[in-house]
Structure formats: structure tokens, C-alpha cells
Ligand binder design. Structure first.
Ligand code: XLS
Ligand code: NI
Ligand code: NI
Length: 439
């Protein structure tokens, strides 16, 4: 049976096509800067948004019409696996990502829960073998169940810490079993509501202990996928410890975890933290920890994680620019659609349209970013803007040949007024617009 209206695999038809079930920009085998689009982008479908969510919001019930909802329990879990592989086939997407609790229902004991998981993981493994689809990453959901009310690795309750460890241990076994290329830690409840009852020092030390245990266990079982931390400043926690890329970087450094972790950066989390997505990608890239991305976008008028499908070409261009400049591009990571259809887009076909929209937005962003790089647009801007550090006193500063005394002597000897150059911001923005429309 088909969960997506018997839609046939989507083909590239080019920007002029009026067929809504076609790619306008995503042409998987097209080579851009020496690599196919498919290999640059490594798209992934997120299980939780596309197969587990029902379209509910805090004020209203689910609206999504999904044929798998005729089942429940393990039958529902199995139907979702079918639906997932059907969608991957329709979209020509090679990767998917899931939380443990997305794929199988919890039982009444941890033993039962794990048995449910094992059964579905075996089914997923068969599907992967039959289709060649791959797991970009898996993760443990340690935020939905009420036991995590005070956190998981940063809880005040040691029993919860132990339970969380057991959960991640199992998730790592499954990561290994399915050949996951990464494993993600997103700490939705790893934060606090008020310092009045919080031992921040202990909580952060415990988080580091927990992550070191994960590193040790992965080594023990021979799981070689990349560990990723996904920063987010808030929601559901009021203050989340992995606030943004820079905060997470300093945490990793302090606790000697930097060799084992990179970041999974999400567009909407960046904006919640008061940054652009490209800011987060730049911070990660400059520090060698850009691992993967969760592709979505927020809404400027809303202050929460709306997880909309990414359609803003300006944003996807700037994101792809950072990824193209990253050593080895997105590497073992990918462009994971951590995005959901709006509550008003409740038909199954909307899930297909939404992914096409996101894939085309990233493909177009890739094309424009590649052209900006080929034409050295930003290189030229930076060369001109920072030219003062190429010769004279600037070159001495960069070479480490200057100190306060030599700089004071220089400043005293140059009595004329200092001249600055225009930043030419409007001209630069107009140039980017030209590339967006013509590249
Ligand atoms: C929530 C996060 C979550 C992670 C995986 O805001 O984006 O979905 O990607 O736990
Ligand atoms: Ni995410
Ligand atoms: Ni998110």
C-alpha cells in the first residue's frame, strides 16, 4: 500500500517546470565545484516530524491525515517504517534520522521498551539492506517522558542519570547495528529553570561525565560514527546548557571532549539564540567542529522553534557558503530536514511538497554559493577591506613583530587624521541579490 498517494519518484525538471512534483533546482548528479549535488547535500528525512508528529500544537489536536494512524502500538511502529522508506524512495533521499522513541513505543519496563526497539531496528536494518538507504544519525529522546522533568544527564536525581545512561547505551548499540554515520546529543531538558534550586557546577560536571562515558562505550563496541552535540538556547528548558556553538565549544574544551565531538547546527536554534544560521556555521567551521546541519527555518514574528521547511534562498545560500568553505564540506554529516509541515498542511502529499521545497532551496543555495566562491566575491571584499594588514604596520602585527611600545611609536609618528574606508554594505547586498537571481 502507498502512504503517499502513489507518488512516483520525483525527477529534476529544471526551473521552468510547472509540475509541483518535480525538482526545479535539485539535480542529484549535477556536478558543482567538483562534486555532485547529492554528495554535497547528503539530505536526510527526520522521522519525528514526518512520521511521528500529528500536527498538534499547545492549543489544538493533531490535524495530520496519515494512513498509518489506522494502527497502534507495534503495528503503528511497523507501518511508519514502511512509510519512511516509501518517502525516501519518492524523494531520492539517501538518509534518515530518528530518536529511539520515534521508532518504537515505550513498554512498561525498560526491558520491554528495549525489546520493542530491537524488533523495529531489525526491521529497519532489513529495509536498509534492501534499499541501500542509510542512517545519518540516531539519538535518544530524553525529554518527552515525565521521568526527565529535571533533566537527563543534568538531573538532580541519580536514578534518572542511570536510566539515561542505559538509554544512550542502547541507542549506541543500535547506531552500531545500523551503521549510523553520526550520533546526536540534543539536551532539551539539559538546562534549568531557576538558579534558586540549581547546582550548575555539578550539573555541568555530570554532563561531561555522561559524555565521556558515551565516548568510552562507543570505543568499547567499535562504533566509529561521529558524535555531534546540537546546541539550542532554550525550549523546552528556559536556559539550555548547550546554548549555541561558542558556548558548546568552550564546554567541550573545558572538559577535554573536543577531540570526540562536532556540532549539529540547526537554523531555527541559531535564530532563537539571537544569531544568524551562518554565524553558527562560521563559529563551528573556524574551530573545526562543523559536523552536520538540521535544516529548517524559524518565523521572524514568532519566538519559538517553529521548524518550518527551509525556503529562504538568502539563508540557504549563506549556509551553503559556509559548508562549501568547510574542510571536506559537510563531511560525514548531512542536511537533515528537522522540519515539519504547518498544521494547516495536513495531507500526506504536503510532506512531499515540503521536502521538495526544502531540497530545491538548498540546491539553489548551493549553486549560488558555488558561484560566489568561483568569482571570489567575498574573497575580494575581504582582501580589500583588510588590506591594511598585508603590508607595513599591519603586516608586522600579523607576523607577531609588534608590541605596545612599537605601536605607540607608530601612532605618535603618524599625526595626521586616520582614514577609514566605506564598508559598502548596500553595494555588497545588491551584489548578492544579483547572484541570487542570475547565478
Ligand atoms: C529540537 C531538536 C531535536 C533534535 C534531535 O528542537 O531540534 O529535534 O534535532 O533531538
Ligand atoms: Ni534538531
Ligand atoms: Ni529544533
Amino acid at each position: 500500500m502507498s502512504y503517499f498517494d502513489n507518488v512516483q519518484p520525483i525527477q529534476y525538471e529544471g526551473p521552468a517546470s510547472v509540475n509541483p512534483l518535480s525538482f526545479k533546482f535539485y539535480n542529484p548528479e549535477q556536478v558543482v565545484l567538483g562534486k555532485t549535488m547529492k554528495d554535497h547535500l547528503r539530505f536526510a528525512v527526520a522521522y519525528w516530524h514526518s512520521f511521528s508528529a500529528n500536527g498538534s500544537d499547545p492549543f489544538g489536536a493533531g490535524t495530520n491525515i496519515r494512513a498509518w494512524d489506522q494502527y497502534d502500538g507495534m503495528e503503528l511502529a511497523k507501518a511508519r517504517v514502511e512509510a519512511c522508506f516509501e518517502l525516501l524512495n519518492i524523494l531520492g533521499v539517501e538518509y534518515f534520522a530518528f530518536h529511539d522513541r520515534d521508532i518504537a513505543p515505550e513498554g512498561s519496563t525498560l526491558q520491554e521498551t528495549n525489546a520493542n526497539l530491537d524488533e523495529i531496528v531489525a526491521l529497519i536494518k532489513d529495509k536498509m539492506n534492501a534499499t541501500g538507504k542509510k542512517l545519518l544519525w540516531n539519538t535518544a529522546n530524553m525529554f518527552t517522558n515525565p521521568r526527565f522533568v529535571h533533566g537527563a544527564a543534568t538531573t538532580n536525581n541519580a536514578e534518572v542519570f542511570a536510566y539515561a545512561a542505559a538509554q544512550v547505551k542502547k541507542a549506541l548499540d543500535h547506531a552500531k547495528e545500523l551503521g549510523a554515520e553520526n550520533y546526536v546529543f540534543w539536551g532539551g531538558r539539559e538546562g534549568y529553570e531557576t538558579l534558586l534550586n540549581t547546582d550548575m557546577g555539578l550539573e555541568l560536571d555530570n554532563l561531561a561525565r555522561f559524555l565521556h562515558m558515551a565516548v568510552a562505550y562507543a570505543k568499547e563496541i567499535g562504533f566509529t560514527g561521529q558524535f555531534l552535540i546540537e546546541p539550542k538556547p532554550k525550549e523546552p528548558s528556559k536556559h539550555q546548557y548547550d546554548f549555541d556553538a561558542a558556548t558548546t565549544l568552550s564546554f567541550l574544551q573545558k572538559y577535554d571532549l573536543l577531540p570526540y565531538f562536532k556540532l549539529n547546527l540547526e537554523a531555527n536554534h541559531a535564530t532563537l539564540a539571537g544569531h544568524t544560521f551562518e554565524h553558527e556555521l562560521r563559529v563551528a567551521r573556524l574551530n573545526g567542529i562543523l559536523g552536520s546541519i538540521d535544516a529548517n527555518q524559524g518565523d521572524l514574528l514568532l519566538g519559538w522553534d517553529t521548524d518550518e521547511f527551509p525556503t529562504d534562498l538568502y539563508a540557504t545560500t549563506m549556509a551553503m557558503y559556509e559548508i562549501l568553505l568547510n574542510e571536506n564540506g559537510i563531511g560525514s554529516g548531512g542536511v537533515n530536514f528537522d522540519a515539519k509541515v504547518r498544521r494547516t498542511s495536513f495531507e500526506p502529499i504536503d510532506v512531499v511538497y515540503a521536502h521538495i521545497a526544502g531540497m530545491d532551496a538548498f540546491a539553489r543555495g548551493l549553486q549560488v554559493a558555488a558561484k560566489l566562491i568561483e568569482d571570489k566575491v567575498f574573497d575580494n571584499i575581504l582582501d580589500a577591506r583588510y588590506g591594511s594588514f598585508k603590508s607595513g604596520i599591519g603586516a608586522d602585527i600579523v607576523a607577531g613583530k609588534a608590541d605596545f611600545k612599537s605601536l605607540e611609536a607608530y601612532a605618535l609618528a603618524n599625526n595626521g587624521p586616520i582614514k577609514n574606508q566605506s564598508g559598502r554594505l548596500e553595494l555588497i547586498k545588491a551584489t548578492v541579490n544579483q547572484y541570487l537571481t542570475n547565478a
